[in-house]
Design a protein around this ligand. Structure first.
Ligand code: ADP
Ligand code: MG
Length: 617
C-alpha cells in the first residue's frame, strides 16, 4: 500500500514539534483525552437528534490501558468515531495554526511555546515512535486503521474492530539519557497527569490499577477523574466542607480558607470561578519564587496552573480556579496575554473580590480584621503601586488605628466623626501604637480632642502621600512642622519669642545636625520634639534608606523646644555665660528628642559622656 504524505503544513508542524526542546511532553495525554471527550459529546448529542442512534450516557467512557512489555499506551473511547474520509481529513491535515506562524515569524529558539501550544492529536508524536488509530462510526460496519510514524506520512487500511469509537495506540519511544518515556507506561504517572489536567472531564476516565489487599495483588478498573468540577455544581448543593477540602487539596494548605467566593458571569465574558482568601500568607509568599495566579480551565480542561494575568499584584495572595469557554484549549501563552476575554475576566474578578471584601467589612468586622491583619499591607501596597492608579477602589478598604477609638477604623469613620471645622485628617507614625501614643507631637491634638491615626507599617506614610486627601480632607502628618492649629494671637506671640531668641537658636542649630531649632508652644510636658519639613519625614527617611540600591535621602529635621519648660531659662543663661556648656546640653536635648521618636543615636559614647559631665557638674 502506498504511503500518503502529510499536507505540508502538518509536516512542518510535526518537524517543529519533534525537534523542539520538549519542555512539556506531559500535555499529549490531556489532548488525546480531550479529543475523546469531544467524540463522546458528539455521539451523545447526535443521539438526541437522531432516533436511530441509541446511546446511554452512563456507558460513555474513556479507557486508558498499558502494555509495558510492548511499550504500548492505549486511549479508547466509545464515541462518534471516524470514517475513512474523516481519518484522512482530520489526522492527515491540520488547520492552519496561529501559534505556528507566530513561532515561525519569531525566533523559534527563543520562544518556548510548545508547552502551551496544544497542537492536539499531533502532540502524541512527542512521546510515540508510532501511532495507530483504529476507528469505527456507529452507522458503519467497517472499521479503519490509520498508522503513522509521524515523519514519513500515514497509511489507512481496513481493519477488524467491533465497537464504535476510536482506539489510539501509542508505541512509546525508547528512553533517552534526557527523557524517561517509560514513565508514560506507569500507573502513578498516568494517574497524576489525569488528575492534573483532566480531572473535570465529564466522562469517566477508567484505568486498570493495581490494588493491594492482604498480601495479594489484584487488578481493578478505577475511575481516575472526579468528573464534575466543583465550580460547575449548583452552589446550593455544595457544603462548606467541600469547598474547604477542594481548597486544601488543590492549594496544599493545612488551614481552611478565610473566605470562599463562588461566582460566575455571563454576557461580555462568561466564566465560572471559585476564589479563596487564605487565612494566612501562603508559605512562600514573601519569597521571590512565589508565583501569583489562578488556575485557568477551558471547559474543565486545565490550560494553565498559574495564570498571572488574572490577578492584580495587590491580590497576589488570592487562590482559585477560573473556567471559561471564551478561551480555547489550544492557545499559547503569548496569545493568551493578548486575549481580550482574559482581560475582561480579570477585571471582573478583581471587582468581585473587592466587592466581597467591602461586604465583609460591613457585615463581619471581626473577620475583616483577621483578613486585614494578614493582607492589609497588600491593599496598602495596591494604593501606593502604579502611581496610585488603583487608590480609589482601595481607599475604603483600609483600616488605621484611631487614637480616640483605640481600635482600627476606616477613613470613612474618621471623617464621619470629624470635628466641626476640621479640614485635616491627622496621622503620625512610629514603631508601635504604645510608643506613638507617648509622642510629644500628639499632646496638643489630644488636648484639643482631635482624632489621630497611628501608623505602624513602613508603607503607611507612602500610602498617605499617595492618597493626599479623603473626602475633601487633607492628610496631615503631625510630625510635620506645617501643623497650624492655634489662633493668630498665639501664633504671633510665639513667633515674637523666637525672634527675640534668634541668635541663641541659630547658635544651637550650628552645633547640631538639624535644619532649624525653635521654640514651640504646642508641647505640654515634654521638653523637646522633632518635626520635619517638606515631603520626607524622619520615618520615611529610615524606610527609603533601608531599601537596597536606593539613593539615600535625608529628612529636614527641626528641633522644637517647649517654651514653657524649665530648661529654657537655663539655656538662655548658658548662652550668655558658657557657650561651650550650652552646646553640650543642646546635644543631650537633641538626642533625647531622637530617642523619643525611636530614631537611632549617631554617637552613643559621646552622649553618655555628655550625660556624665552634666551629672558631675
Ligand atoms: P482539535 O481537537 O483542536 O480539533 P486535534 O488535532 O486534537 O485538533 O484533532 C483533530 C481532529 O481529529 C478533531 O477535530 C476530531 O475531528 C478528530 N479526532 C481526534 N481524536 C478523535 C477521537 N478520539 N474521536 C473522534 N474524532 C477524533
Ligand atoms: Mg484536540
Amino acid at each position: 500500500m502506498k504511503k500518503k504524505q502529510f499536507k505540508s503544513e502538518s509536516k512542518r508542524l510535526l518537524d517543529l514539534m519533534i525537534n523542539s526542546i520538549y519542555t512539556n511532553n506531559d500535555i499529549f495525554l490531556r489532548e488525546l483525552i480531550s479529543n475523546a471527550s469531544d467524540a463522546l459529546d458528539k455521539l451523545y448529542y447526535r443521539s438526541l437528534t437522531d432516533k436511530k442512534i441509541k446511546v446511554k450516557k452512563e456507558n460513555l467512557k474513556i479507557k486508558i490501558e498499558t502494555d509495558n512489555n510492548n511499550r504500548i499506551l492505549t486511549i479508547t473511547d466509545n464515541g462518534i468515531g471516524m470514517t475513512k474520509d474523516e481519518l484522512e481529513e482530520n489526522l492527515g491535515t491540520i488547520a492552519k495554526s496561529g501559534s505556528l506562524s507566530f513561532k515561525e515569524m519569531n525566533d523559534s529558539k527563543k520562544i518556548d511555546i510548545i508547552g502551551q501550544f496544544g497542537v492536539g492529536f499531533y502532540s502524541a508524536f512527542m512521546v510515540s515512535k508510532k501511532i495507530e488509530v483504529i476507528s469505527k462510526t456507529i452507522e458503519s460496519d467497517k472499521a479503519y486503521k490509520w498508522t503513522s510514524d509521524g515523519i514519513d506520512g500515514y497509511e489507512i487500511e481496513e481493519t477488524e474492530y467491533n465497537n464504535n469509537g476510536t482506539k489510539i495506540i501509542l508505541h512509546i519511544k525508547e528512553d533517552t539519557d534526557d527523557v524517561k518515556y517509560s514513565e508514560y507506561l506507569e500507573e502513578y504517572k498516568l494517574r497524576e497527569l489525569i488528575k492534573k489536567y483532566s480531572d473535570y472531564i465529564s466522562y469517566p476516565i477508567v484505568m486498570e490499577v493495581t490494588k493491594y489487599n492482604e498480601k495479594e495483588e489484584t487488578k481493578e478498573l478505577e475511575t481516575i477523574n472526579s468528573m464534575v468540577p466543583l465550580w460547575k455544581k449548583n452552589k446550593k448543593n455544595i457544603k462548606e466542607e467541600e469547598y474547604d477540602n477542594f481548597y486544601q487539596d488543590k492549594f496544599y494548605d493545612f488551614e481552611k480558607p478565610l473566605k470562599v467566593i463562588h461566582t460566575s458571569a455571563e454576557g461580555l465574558c462568561s466564566y465560572k470561578a471559585i476564589l479563596f482568601i487564605p487565612s494566612h500568607e501562603p508559605y512562600d509568599f514573601y519569597s521571590k519564587d512565589y508565583e501569583k495566579g489562578l488556575s485557568l480551565y477551558s471547559n474543565g480542561v486545565l490550560i494553565m496552573d498559574k495564570c498571572s494575568e488574572l490577578l492584580p499584584d495587590y491580590l497576589a495572595f488570592i487562590k482559585g480556579v477560573v473556567d471559561t469557554e471564551d478561551i480555547s484549549l489550544n492557545i499559547s501563552r503569548e496569545m493568551l496575554q493578548q486575549t481580550k476575554s482574559l482581560r475582561l475576566i480579570a477585571k471582573n474578578i478583581e471587582n468581585k473580590i473587592l466587592k466581597e471584601l467591602e461586604s465583609m467589612l460591613k457585615e463581619d468586622q471581626e473577620k475583616y480584621k483577621k483578613f486585614y491583619e494578614k493582607f492589609g499591607i497588600q491593599l496598602k501596597f495596591g494604593v501606593y503601586n502604579n502611581y496610585g492608579m488603583d487608590k480609589d477602589k482601595l481607599k475604603d478598604l483600609l483600616l488605621f488605628y484611631s487614637s480616640k477609638k483605640k481600635d482600627l477604623i476606616t477613613l470613612k469613620e474618621y471623617v464621619e466623626n470629624i470635628k466641626e471645622n476640621q479640614d485635616n485628617i491627622y496621622y503620625v507614625s512610629g514603631e508601635t501604637i504604645d510608643k506613638i501614643d507617648t509622642l510629644p507631637q500628639t499632646e496638643q491634638l489630644k488636648e484639643k480632642d482631635y482624632d489621630i491615626l497611628y501608623l505602624t507599617d513602613y508603607i503607611d506614610e507612602f500610602v498617605m502621600n499617595t492618597l493626599r486627601e479623603y473626602d475633601g480632607k487633607k492628610f496631615v502628618n503631625i510630625s510635620n512642622e506645617e501643623l497650624d492649629l492655634e489662633d493668630e494671637q498665639e501664633k504671633q506671640r510665639i513667633e515674637k519669642f523666637n525672634e527675640e531668641n534668634k541668635e541663641m537658636l541659630d547658635f544651637i542649630k550650628e552645633s547640631l545636625d538639624v535644619e532649624e531649632v525653635k521654640f514651640t508652644n504646642k508641647l505640654k510636658k515634654h521638653p523637646v520634639c522633632l518635626k520635619s519639613k517638606g515631603d520626607i519625614s524622619t520615618k520615611m527617611e529610615q524606610v527609603i534608606n533601608a531599601l537596597p540600591n536606593n539613593e539615600k535621602v535625608k529628612a529636614k529635621t527641626i528641633l522644637e523646644i517647649n517654651e514653657n519648660h524649665k530648661i529654657v531659662k537655663k539655656l538662655q543663661k548658658l548662652y550668655k555665660e558658657n557657650k561651650e556648656e550650652l552646646i553640650k546640653y543642646a546635644k543631650i536635648l537633641y538626642s533625647e528628642a531622637r530617642l523619643i521618636e525611636g530614631l537611632p543615636i549617631e554617637n552613643p559614647t559621646e552622649l553618655s559622656n555628655l550625660i556624665c559631665d552634666a551629672i558631675a557638674n
